[in-house]
Design a protein. Structure first.
Length: 223
């Protein structure tokens, strides 16, 4: 088997380990320490996140979609696939190197989604956009960290707190869609979504087609 080749690395504020981008043949991996954050072979659940979040508004010509987390570009690519050609998609990514990797090493993986003229990139915290914009978005897709695990992390915990969910609800238009990706189920988060006022559905899915780890997508409607 081919060894992994280190392509680049970057420091991330608040993290003990650097974030590193590796390549092995046509496969890519992003890791921190010994933990793999994402792998180019496993993105089925991210595709489902985008499809569920965008299909209900796919015919809306003036739709504005906010994506929290660029990753390897697969969520964005799927969102573009299920959005109107005149829609607008804003992607918020906290780590500058991830944006750079999607413009270089990873660009072709998901079909160069950053080159689509519907896309704009905000380098910063998606929470800022949610707090600063009221009734702005038709859909918000949140793919940050490993999901509600961020509740235990200072950097992203507010996104998954009750106040964070209320901020997301406020940023959405009436009947807007709030979709959240997670690497694991979390019944307490389902209750918190409902407490924030979302009509909430749990959608179990797999990391790779019908195989791989069990992931979860929460789909909330701004009732």
């Amino acid at each position: 088997m081919r060894p992994w080749k280190l392509l680049d690395s970057t420091t991330v504020a608040g993290e003990a380990h650097d974030m590193k981008l590796y390549q092995r043949g046509d496969e890519y991996s992003i890791k921190t320490g010994y933990s793999e954050l994402m792998n180019s072979r496993m993105h089925s659940s991210e595709d489902i996140l985008a499809e569920l979040g965008c299909k209900p508004i796919r015919h809306k010509t003036d739709a504005h979609i906010l994506i929290g987390g660029l990753g390897m570009g697969f969520t964005l690519a799927e969102a573009l696939k299920h959005s109107h050609k005149q829609a607008k998609i804003t992607v918020a990514e906290l780590v500058p190197a991830v944006i750079q990797w999607n413009q270089s090493h990873l660009a072709a993986l998901a079909g160069n989604p950053l080159q689509d003229n519907r896309v704009s990139v905000f380098q910063g915290d998606v929470g800022l956009l949610m707090r600063d914009n009221n009734n702005e978005y038709d859909a918000i897709l949140l793919d940050v960290d490993n999901g509600p695990e961020g509740l235990t992390r200072q950097e992203n915990g507010t996104l998954y707190s009750l106040n964070g969910l209320k901020a997301a609800k406020k940023a959405l238009k009436p009947k807007g869609i709030f979709a959240v990706w997670s690497a694991f189920p979390e019944p307490r988060f389902t209750k918190r979504m409902k407490q924030a006022g979302f009509q909430t559905t749990e959608v179990p899915c797999r990391a790779h087609s019908k195989k791989g780890s069990k992931h979860m997508v929460w789909l909330g409607v701004n009732a």
